[in-house]
Write a protein that binds this ligand. Structure first.
Ligand code: NAI
Length: 339
């Protein structure tokens, strides 16, 4: 039920095959941080989505070049680059969906929480602009630490009086696609048919893959522990391999596109669109918690229950909650203490 791949793959395949068979649609999407390692390939994937009419690329550097480059690809989305703080309102105004991969990525030895001091301020500024000129948009937060940046975004919107919990998402899709890849490898199954539900948060041990719920799978205790750890710390593999040049960008761009594509389908009225995302809910004591969510015309339509958990998963959930609560509190306090 948390499958993210087939429909979105279909969208890309459809886009690449032919645009003549696609219906004209009207989605307006902005990417904030569009010149970055994630932002550029994400913007390219969005350019290939025929359901997008306008694609606004905002960053503090390089967006005119990125936009000019992408604008030569023959797909309907009209791509416009907006560079610098003065243009953020123009970039976001009237957008249906705002995707945010702005901010600094990790270097070897850093946790996502280490990024807080820089990225918190960036996300706060983007939330303020969003509240002002795009108060009804859906916001998809990629900037880390997601466990804190989503509460920051919410708090700014609350202050502005525009917060709608159905429209704010922390993007945890990378955890899901990693889980699908690693589980299929381990089980020797078709990766295109493997769908793992990943709940919790988006940092280390707060990432909770529900391997006990993977249909038809059977894991040895060692494999279960190793796979869980690899899904939780898969980002570190990439950070280490990139050796100081950043964190996951290409897989994240793909994941970000998948989630955006799903949301766009749901906003258009498609039924039964389900994806895992970090959203406000009351499933646990944490204010935000990733869970399978049915998406609809107004954003979150339904947050699904977690289903039955193994003893190991239940224990991991209980251990994760204090971290999720503390990281959310840190975000809220950052906004409350800001001038
Ligand atoms: P990057 O450094 O390559 O790109 C970031 C972009 O943000 C740059 O182009 C930069 O100019 C821009 N930027 C900085 N301040 C800005 C502002 N005030 N307004 C608009 N744009 C601004 O970094 P990368 O690798 O693209 O990562 C971006 C963020 O995504 C990081 O915080 C990273 O930790 C996070 N990330 C999240 C993942 C997830 O699963 N949610 C996975 C991987 C990375």
């Amino acid at each position: 039920r948390s499958s993210l791949r087939p429909a979105a793959m279909g969208a890309v395949a459809c886009a690449v095959r032919s645009i003549s068979s696609t219906k004209a649609t009207a989605a307006r999407v902005a990417v904030v941080g569009a010149s970055g390692g994630i932002g550029q390939p994400l913007s390219m994937l969005l350019k290939l989505d025929p359901s997008i009419k306008e694609l606004n690329l905002y960053d503090i550097v390089h967006t005119p070049g990125v936009a000019a480059d992408l604008s030569h690809i023959p797909f309907p989305a009209k791509v416009t680059g907006y560079k610098g703080a003065d243009s953020i309102h123009a970039a976001l105004e009237g957008c249906d969906v705002i995707v945010v991969p702005a901010g600094v990525p990790r270097k070897p030895g850093m946790t996502r929480d280490d990024l807080f001091n820089i990225n918190a301020g960036i996300v706060k500024t983007i939330a303020e602009a969003s509240a002002k000129v795009a108060p009804k948009a859906c916001y998809l937060i990629i900037s880390n630490p997601v466990n804190s940046t989503v509460p920051i975004f919410a708090e700014v919107l609350k202050k502005a009086g525009t917060y709608n919990p159905k429209k704010l998402f922390g993007v945890t899709t990378l955890d899901v696609i990693r889980a699908n890849t690693f589980v299929a490898e381990n089980q020797g199954t078709d990766v295109l048919q493997t769908n793992v539900t990943v709940v919790g948060g988006h940092a280390g041990t707060t990432i909770l893959p529900l391997l006990s719920q993977v249909k038809g799978a059977s894991f040895t205790p060692d494999a279960l522990a190793a796979l869980t750890h690899r899904i939780q710390f898969g980002g570190d593999e990439v950070v280490k391999a990139k050796d100081g040049a950043g964190s996951a960008t290409l897989s994240m761009a793909y994941a970000g596109y998948l989630f955006t594509a799903k949301l766009l389908q749901a906003l258009k009225g498609e039924k039964d669109v389900v994806a895992c995302a970090f959203v406000e809910n009351t499933l646990t004591a944490a204010p935000f918690f990733a869970a399978p969510v049915t998406l609809g015309k107004e954003g979150v339509e339904k947050v699904h229950a977690l289903g039955s958990l193994s003893a190991m998963e239940q224990e991991a959930l209980e251990k994760a909650l204090p971290d999720l609560l503390a990281q959310a509190k840190k975000g809220v306090e950052f906004v409350q203490n800001a001038k």
